[in-house]
Design a protein around this ligand. Structure first.
Ligand SMILES: *[C@@H]1O[C@H](CO)[C@@H](O)[C@H](O)[C@H]1NC(C)=O
Ligand SMILES: *[C@@H]1O[C@H](CO)[C@@H](O)[C@H](O)[C@H]1NC(C)=O
Length: 371
């Protein structure tokens, strides 16, 4: 066979057929990403912190190495000094973090049978868990009883219960990141770019679940304000955290144009919130969120097993009570930081992929003035 025909056939088989197939796939696939609100596409300098440590990994210690499977959230129990964290294998683990990392102790406490994400403490010593697959759980203080509090509102089931905060009157406030996609498929929620998230409350006395806000974009971390008047919650693809005033039922921007995609937010009891960002803003994330057709391609790729969600330059932003940035701790070589909180002189970080909790001594490795 003349070489010419051979190469034509080769070209046809190797390039044109796959190209035609992808065009057909693209056109007829029902996955239909939307434009994001325009303020999500603003990259302003307002949220640039005056202080920075861009070498989060330098000097970092790894607590519970090998014993903590993707510890997502971190909740510090002041009375016992224990850190509670939820792992991907369903375990809520308790960590006694000591000065020497190697002497730290990890205890398998309770397995929810789901995927514990957000953790908070109830008024009577119980542990409240936002379990991605199960809903909102109440674990008794002795760990012997796990009770499902709620897993639906207004007839719509939660698909991705994400984070929880407790008010001093006992009411629980929590987020469902998506009623459409579960944790395993969360990438599709981001690629689709539609608001499937809700902010809700659960009153343990009346046992009622109330929807406070609907149509939120992947509503993720949540924290109760120090004065108990409002919540602060994060919407990941919008790079924004908002305040929700509980009595007034009013929403206000807390911080926007974040340098990354916010996950959990934690109050440290000392005038600061810590906002974890599993990834910083990259060119690919920017393009994805600007152009729905790129997200459509990414969604199609994900359907066929190709992951184009790349996390890099993860970190934690410390802000004051008004949402004003104070310090950023991050590292271009680090990813998937999902939670951060200051306990004593240390910053503790949870994550989505490693088998440890990262700890940084903030006195030894402080954030410093930007050059
Ligand atoms: C802690 O354990 C790791 C791994 O076993 C070891 O490499 C390191 O030297 C230990 N550190 C201290 C301070 O003992
Ligand atoms: C959680 O369960 C315990 C009993 O194990 C109960 O005392 C407590 O009030 C419950 N908390 C909530 C928020 O329902």
């Amino acid at each position: 066979m003349p070489l010419f025909f051979f190469s034509l056939r080769f070209l046809f088989l190797s390039a044109i057929i796959p190209l035609l197939a992808s065009i057909v796939l693209y056109r007829f696939d029902t996955f239909d990403p939307a434009l994001l609100p325009s303020d999500a596409l603003v990259y302003s300098t307002d949220s640039i912190s005056p202080l920075i440590n861009d070498q989060l990994l330098t000097g970092a210690e790894f607590i519970g190495a090998g014993l903590l499977n993707s510890p997502e959230d971190i909740a510090y129990h002041r009375d016992s000094g224990l850190i509670y964290t939820g792992c991907v294998d369903g375990w809520v683990k308790r960590v006694k973090a000591l000065e020497s990392v190697n002497d730290s102790v990890v205890e398998d406490w309770v397995n929810t049978g789901g995927r514990p994400l957000g953790i908070a403490f109830g008024l009577h010593g119980e542990v409240i868990v936002a379990d991605a697959y199960k809903g909102l759980l109440n674990i008794s203080d002795d760990g012997k009883k796990t009770e499902l509090l709620t897993d639906e509102a207004e007839g719509v089931k939660f698909k991705l219960t994400d984070a929880v905060a407790v008010r001093d009157n006992g009411v629980l406030y929590f987020t469902d990141a998506s009623y459409k996609y579960n944790l395993h498929h969360f990438a599709f929620d981001l690629w689709e770019g539609k608001p499937h998230g809700r902010l809700m409350s659960f009153d343990p006395i009346t046992r009622t679940t109330r929807v406070l806000l609907r149509y939120r974009y992947f509503s993720n971390g949540i924290s109760m304000s120090a004065d108990q008047t409002h919540l602060v919650f994060c919407e990941t693809p919008l790079r924004r955290c908002s305040k929700y005033y509980i009595n007034e039922e009013r929403v206000e921007v807390f911080i926007q144009s974040l340098p990354g995609y916010p996950d959990n937010i934690r109050y440290d009891g000392d005038g600061h919130y810590w906002i974890a960002m599993p990834s910083g803003v990259t060119m690919l994330w920017k393009l994805s969120f600007r152009y729905p057709f790129i997200r459509k391609l990414q969604g199609l790729a994900a359907k066929y097993g190709f992951d184009t969600m790349i996390f890099e330059n993860a970190g934690v932003l410390q802000v004051d009570l008004d949402g004003k940035p104070i310090a950023l701790y991050h590292d271009s070589k680090h990813s998937h930081v999902t939670s951060g909180v200051k306990i004593g002189k240390y910053l503790y970080c949870g994550n989505l992929v490693y088998s440890h909790i990262l700890r940084l001594d903030l006195l030894k490795y402080p954030a410093q003035k930007r050059l």
